[in-house]
Design a protein around this ligand. Structure first.
Ligand code: 13P
Length: 250
């Protein structure tokens, strides 16, 4: 049985006061979440605040990015050890916004995945196709290429140190969600690809769906066989909506 996992990706949103209010709300309701693992990924400058507020709760926290380098003259970067210093458990790698806006290639993302897991962080590996790629019928090829970059660098077993998040780029922040059937089809294809390398890893690895998942559509997406959770953007900024999604996960 794969334990469901719901992670909030706050992206570049919030303030010290709004984050306090959000976390107070999540903490007040998280007791009603039965089995799902609950994670929030905060802007790095707020991670210390988040850690102080979540220490001792069942909610885990993480970063949204990390450097491939351990330390040194890399202005503006955050290392794996810095995230660990604030007890981050997770870190998002390869979000489509980082791939498209900040030039992160499959190779850079695979290196970040490796650096994170070697340090003891759990990487949330984001993959997914653009609208053009979906229309061109190459969705599964794109996901395969993005995952294979990690498998070739770190080996298939390494996937179990992290989580995969399938996020169709056309569904991110657009309000246009993949249908449960569309999402399931791609999740199943991702699991099949991994099974060709190692059936046991494929069976165990958790694959989240991300892209306009919200309080209204989460239950039907999460009910699909190969959807093991969600990576939530906009709806993770409202405690009530985020909790509804967490509860829908189990
Ligand atoms: P939205 O939920 O706002 O579409 O964002 C999804 C996402 O990119 C999570 O990483």
């Amino acid at each position: 049985m794969r334990k469901p996992i719901i992670a909030g990706n706050w992206k570049m949103n919030g303030s010290r006061s709004s984050i306090k209010e959000l976390l107070d709300g999540i903490k007040a309701g998280v007791g009603e979440v039965k089995s799902a693992e609950v994670v929030v990924c905060a802007p790095s400058i707020y991670i210390a605040d988040v850690a102080a507020q979540l220490e001792g709760t069942d909610i885990a926290w993480g970063g949204q990015n990390l450097s491939t380098e351990p330390k040194g003259a890399f202005t503006g970067e955050i290392s794996a050890d810095m995230l660990l210093d604030f007890n981050c458990k997770y870190v998002i790698v390869g979000h489509s916004e980082r791939r498209s806006l900040y030039g992160e290639t499959d190779e850079i993302v695979a290196e970040k995945f490796e650096v994170a897991r070697k340090a003891g962080l759990r990487p949330i590996l984001c993959i997914g196709e653009t609208l053009q790629e979906r229309e061109d019928g190459v969705t599964n090829d794109v996901c395969a290429r993005q995952i294979m970059a990690v498998i070739e660098r770190s080996g298939v077993q390494a996937l179990l140190d992290g989580v995969i998040a399938y996020e169709p780029v056309w569904a991110i922040g657009t309000g246009k969600t993949a249908t449960p059937e569309q999402a399931q089809e791609t999740h199943a294809a991702i699991r099949k690809l991994i099974a060709e390398k190692d059936a046991s890893v494929a069976e165990q690895v958790r694959i989240q769906y991300g892209g306009s998942m919200n309080a209204g559509n989460a239950a039907e997406l999460l009910a699909m066989e190969d959807i093991d959770g969600g990576l939530i953007g906009g709806a993770s900024l409202k405690a009530e909506d985020f909790l509804t999604i967490c509860k829908a996960a189990g």
